[in-house]
Design a protein around this ligand. Structure first.
Ligand SMILES: [Zn+2]
Length: 274
């Protein structure tokens, strides 16, 4: 049993990640967010040998349009996903047009199947917050958090004993402040209910991964206007060189490679279980 993930695209133009849960005799495919158009998602999935009809569930972090593309709701002949959403967002999802009987609202942990549990953490983002997920399958644990205003206690306590972590690294603070964006937009982004800067993301990763055992660190939602991969790589080279070789930067323009998340061996000498 193992978890694999591929970030199909990430950024303010649309976010969607495929997570495949291999149980040996069968493989369950789920999406985290569905912010790319059905056409683009279908073509990116096809390159991985997956079709939208193979997706059982969509786990929604929140309902901003870059995380939920209206084409999935309003188009005809859409796949019959089960939409998993925090109870806080449920009424908005219904209002958006998703049939009530396709929605499973959560407020805490839920199980996708007997071998897959999902812990959830409500994270600060705008008025309703966004959901962080820790997917546990076959002993492997994958954490996923995007659009979080700050590294709040639910993230730092709930995201423990991870084998891989995907977290947003939205902006470089100097580029953000120098950008032509209006002051109120900058305040929203940096004010604790918006997005994580590169430094904040790095600090959160180091606090979550005190033992330095993460197999993958995936950085999500890089701003086109206020970030650059070379700035991120320079920061990590200076402050977390031990993780640099395990770092994957996502893009709006194309998918990551398929990342495999095996469970760390329980007897691993470097593994520290708090
Ligand atoms: Zn977003």
């Amino acid at each position: 049993m193992a978890i694999s993930m591929c970030v199909l695209g990430s950024g303010s133009g649309g976010n969607c990640t495929l997570v495949s849960l291999d149980a040996g005799d069968r493989c369950r495919h789920v999406l985290i967010d569905a912010g790319l158009s059905p056409r683009r998602t279908t073509s990116l999935l096809a390159a991985l040998g997956v079709s939208p009809g193979d997706i059982s569930d969509v786990l929604l972090t929140h309902l901003d349009t870059d995380h939920l593309h209206g084409g999935w709701i309003n188009g005809r002949d859409r796949p019959r996903f089960t939409w998993r959403v925090h109870r806080r967002h449920e009424s908005r999802l219904i209002a958006a047009g998703v049939p009530v009987n396709r929605i499973e609202a959560f407020d805490g942990r839920f199980e996708l199947d007997p071998s897959t549990g999902v812990d959830t953490a409500l994270l600060p983002h705008d008025d309703l917050g966004s959901t962080g997920f820790v997917i546990e399958h076959g002993g492997a644990r994958l954490g996923f958090a995007t659009d979080l205003g700050r590294a709040s206690p639910p993230l730092l306590t709930g995201f423990s004993r991870l084998d891989a972590l995907a977290i947003e690294s939205n902006y470089d603070l100097s580029l953000q402040m120098a950008s032509p964006r209006p002051a109120f937009v900058k305040r929203r982004i940096i004010g604790g209910l918006g997005h994580l800067s590169n430094e904040q993301a790095l600090e959160a990763v180091l606090r979550i991964d005190r033992a330095g055992v993460l197999g993958h660190v995936v950085l999500l939602h890089l701003s086109r206007q206020c970030n650059e991969p070379r700035i991120i790589r320079r920061l990590w080279a200076l402050q977390a060189p031990h993780l640099l070789g395990r770092l994957t930067l996502t893009s709006q323009d194309g998918p990551t490679s398929m990342l495999h998340v095996p469970a760390a061996p329980l007897e691993s000498p470097v593994r520290v279980r708090p």
